[in-house]
Design a binder for this molecule. Structure first.
Ligand SMILES: NC(=O)c1ccc[n+]([C@@H]2O[C@H](COP(=O)([O-])OP(=O)(O)OC[C@H]3O[C@@H](n4cnc5c(N)ncnc54)[C@H](O)[C@@H]3O)[C@@H](O)[C@H]2O)c1
Length: 311
């Protein structure tokens, strides 16, 4: 039985990684301060050791990493808007918190860290599909702090006996992704539709996004953790894209009732099109997107209907 630690393991993506690890009989310690995560996400996994602490608390990290082979580092202040609202907290958690995690990895002799990064590091997109060597010009404090976090992990991999892989997720969706003020477009649309509320598409709706199911993001994390002797930063996405109008059409078929859809002005700073080249992750550790968007959305809507009834 291999031991793992997951920072941010009570969150959307973290809890899905925990589910995979526990399902395969591994020992998992979660470190989470529940600032945006929810204990309910971990309810099915009684065997998890849960440490209710911030990654800013160095004294909590070292004991949690004792005997751990791999750390999945997801704890973060997440999202552009949150970082614009509170840039100091964003950097504190994403940069200083990551240093704390790295120092604890070093002290505990952890073999590998897999850190969640973001396509937000690229900023304005100049060419599609986006490969790893696309210029990185973040246009929010969040993009900048996630870039710093991945660079710190890669620097530690050069300095110390620690392998590091940064996974740059594009737009992730799936079970345990809740609607909140900082939410992504899919939970916002689905929960509004379920509540019979109107939805607003910013701009003409022909802008495109590369959405990836959390199932494939979990696969990327597991494969990255298993790759021996690999350090680096990799795009993680489906490698295909759909328009927001097509997304709404798919969701309208899945959610009961007809949604009321309006168009608002384009949001400043939103990219027009997004599409990732995932060939580097495929070559380095065998990542392969598997979930068809129609199936992934159907799974998400099933989860959201149950969730909407629960709260
Ligand atoms: N959801 C996406 O589309 C997406 C895209 C790109 C990157 N990411 C990255 O993936 C990771 C997970 O994001 P998510 O979407 O699951 O968000 P989430 O908010 O559901 O998860 C983040 C988790 O970290 C915890 N956390 C926050 N600050 C903490 C701290 N100081 N100490 C301990 N725990 C703390 C939260 O309570 C939460 O459980 C993040 O690093 C995020 O930057 C997500």
């Amino acid at each position: 039985m291999t031991r793992y630690a997951v920072t941010g393991g009570a969150g959307f993506i973290g809890s899905n990684i925990v589910g995979n690890l526990v399902g395969r009989g591994h020992h998992v310690t979660v470190i989470d301060d529940l600032s945006s995560g929810h204990m309910v996400n971990l309810n099915p996994y009684h065997e998890v050791d849960f440490v209710n602490a911030s990654i800013l608390d160095e004294s909590a990290l070292m004991p949690a990493f004792e005997g751990v082979d791999t750390v999945f580092h997801l704890a973060a202040s997440v999202g552009n808007k949150r970082s614009i609202d509170n840039p100091a907290l964003d950097s504190k958690i994403n940069v200083l918190g990551t240093i704390n995690v790295l120092e604890a990895c070093r002290a505990a002799g952890v073999r590998k860290i897999v850190v969640s990064s973001s396509a937000g590091i690229f900023g304005e997109l100049h060419e599609l599909p986006i490969s790893e060597d696309h210029p990185v010009e973040p246009d929010s404090p969040y993009g900048a702090s996630k870039l710093a976090a991945e660079k710190l992990c890669l620097a530690y991999a050069k300095l110390y006996d620690l392998e590091a892989i940064a996974l740059r997720y594009f737009n992730v969706y799936g079970p345990n992704q809740r609607f909140d003020a900082y939410g992504n477009v899919i939970p916002i649309f689905v929960f509004k539709m379920l509540n019979g509320e109107p939805i607003t598409i910013f701009g003409d709706g022909d802008q495109t996004r590369d959405f990836i199911s959390v199932t494939d993001v979990v696969q990327a994390n597991i494969k990255a953790s298993e790759a021996v002797g690999v350090s680096g930063a990799f795009n993680i996405a489906s490698g295909s894209r759909i328009t927001i109008n097509d997304l709404v059409a798919h969701l309208s078929d899945l959610v009961p009732g007809q949604p009321s859809v309006s168009h608002g002005p384009e949001r400043p700073g939103d990219v027009r099109d997004s599409l990732a080249d995932v060939s580097a992750a495929r070559a380095a550790f065998g990542f392969e997107p598997t979930v068809d968007m129609a199936d992934g959305l159907a799974e998400y809507v099933r989860w959201a209907i149950t969730e909407a009834k629960r709260v």
